[in-house]
Design a protein around this ligand. Structure first.
Ligand SMILES: Nc1ncnc2c1ncn2[C@@H]1O[C@H](COP(=O)(O)OP(=O)(O)OP(=O)(O)O)[C@@H](O)[C@H]1O
Ligand SMILES: [Mg+2]
Length: 444
């Protein structure tokens, strides 16, 4: 496209002729410094008495030039003739990055990759709303209200940025089995569902990156080496997928050289300088640690100190935008996880659950109360107790899970499970004699 600021006299004459009958538009024309975006639509119109230089109303101006400000705000600027309009625009454009002596008469303009400008801004057109993202994460994650709120808000704002300069980096800390990794997984599926764009979920266990040479696995094989261009190193994943939620589990176990490589990723969205593809500045980087912080005081600051005391360098800790604490689940929250777990285990066998007896949930909670592995213990127990009986059911069956005493009336309905049906089978988890389909209507 011709830039109106580079027209010779013949072209100016042609423009004068065309602009007299209609508005001549220049798409993606470079705009004065301080305009956002830096290129936009400009119109030139000669109404007989004045020449109007129009600018796209979506352009914003963050600079200090009063004339440019007035032009962008009003969307139009009037001039006595075409040459004055073009000279005015030329004087407001950024200095071309060429030696002035080489082009004493003609104004040169920096080459702008307008396709890239356009493509990048289109990239950023689908921000997700923070409340929606928070609600979507909550569908799967029980409790951890404050952490989920901070994560959802920070990530939602990140998705609204036209051109983020770096990925979002957040540290999630707290005891094992409290939902840190689950939040990362759920974040990726929620972003995909809400934005319509594919967000990939990746997970790296930093226990496997505790040796110096492990840093090479993040980068992948260099050119000329076996495996170059193959496999799924973090660098190749990020280069191929601009939108990733990457969970780096147990960050305090990583080798210092691995952390140095990750600092580069946090700063520039790249692992080293040789990666192909766009930098992964849209990505979300979640780091987890099992560090414990005593209650009270400034929790974020205390968590940063605790991480440094465990040996993580301050410059790494300083790159975490937020430090989100995960707390052990309360009894009620554990009951909710247990109920979901029953439904999930049943779904693994192709079955759905219509009712769960609270007596059964109480028993599970009691049996796992002193576990050191968080709510994972609940899931393991439920899987072990229900597995055999669920396997005996025909796929597609609806089941009711009742307590050890079949006389106890099942009354607790799980959240999103199906309504009870007359052909629902009763299961008594842990009772080896139970498991054969029984008509639910016959139970008290
Ligand atoms: N807050 C929670 N809400 C729902 N389910 C949970 C929650 N916390 C843990 N779980 C269940 O326990 C399992 C383990 O959770 P997760 O992997 O997220 O723990 P973690 O905090 O990452 O633990 P670790 O520190 O050991 O990595 C999950 O698969 C999930 O089913
Ligand atoms: Mg984890």
């Amino acid at each position: 496209m011709t830039a109106i600021t580079a027209l010779d006299s013949a072209e100016r004459a042609r423009l004068r002729e065309r602009a007299a009958s209609c508005c001549v538009e220049y798409r993606n024309h470079p705009l004065p410094t301080g305009c956002v975006p830096r290129a936009g639509r400009i119109g030139v119109e000669d109404n007989g008495t004045t020449v109007l230089l129009q600018v796209d109303r979506k352009v914003r101006y963050v600079g200090l030039d009063a004339e440019v400000h007035a032009w962008v705000t009003a969307g139009t600027h009037a001039f006595s003739d075409l040459d004055t309009a073009i000279e005015w625009l030329s004087s407001k454009l950024p200095e071309p990055k060429v030696a002035r002596a080489a082009a004493p008469t003609a104004v040169r303009y920096p080459t702008v990759d307008l396709d890239a400008v356009e493509a990048e801004s289109e990239d950023a057109t689908r921000p997700v709303s923070a409340p929606e993202l928070e609600a979507a994460i909550r569908e799967e994650v029980v409790g951890q209200a404050e952490a989920v709120n901070v994560i959802a808000t920070t990530v939602a704002h990140h998705t609204a940025k036209m051109r983020p300069r770096r990925p979002v980096s957040i540290l999630l800390y707290g005891p094992t089995g409290t939902g840190k990794t689950l939040v990362g997984e759920r974040l990726a599926t929620s972003l995909t569902a809400l934005s319509g764009e594919t967000w990939r979920s990746l997970r790296y266990d930093m226990n496997e990156y505790s040796e110096r040479h492990a840093v090479a696995r993040l980068h992948g094989a260099p050119p000329g080496y076996v495996g170059h261009g193959e496999g799924t190193s973090l660098a190749s994943e990020l280069a191929a997928n601009p939108r990733c939620v990457v969970v780096f589990d147990e960050i305090d176990k990583a080798h210092p050289d691995v952390l140095t490589a990750l600092m580069n990723l946090m700063d520039a969205g790249r692992l080293g300088s040789s990666d192909t593809g766009r930098p992964a500045t849209r990505s979300v980087l979640l780091f987890t640690s099992n560090l414990a912080v005593a209650p009270g005081g400034d929790q974020e600051e205390m968590a940063r100190r605790a991480l440094i005391e465990r040996g993580t360098r301050p410059e790494v800790v300083g790159r975490f935008r937020h430090m989100c604490g995960f707390t052990p689940l309360t009894g009620r929250q554990r009951a909710e996880v247990a109920a979901r777990s029953v439904a999930r285990v049943a779904a693994d066998y192709g079955l759905s659950v219509s009712e769960i007896d609270p007596a059964y949930l109480r028993r599970v909670l009691n049996d796992t109360r002193h576990s050191t592995i968080g709510v994972r213990a609940l899931e393991y127990l439920i899987d072990a107790q229900l597995g055999a009986q669920l396997a005996a059911q025909a796929a597609g069956t609806t089941v009711r899970v009742i307590g050890a005493d079949p006389q106890v009336a099942p009354s607790a309905r799980t959240d999103a499970t199906a309504a009870p049906t007359s052909d629902a089978s009763c299961l008594v988890p842990g009772d080896p004699t139970a498991g054969s389909p029984t008509n639910a209507q016959e139970k008290p």
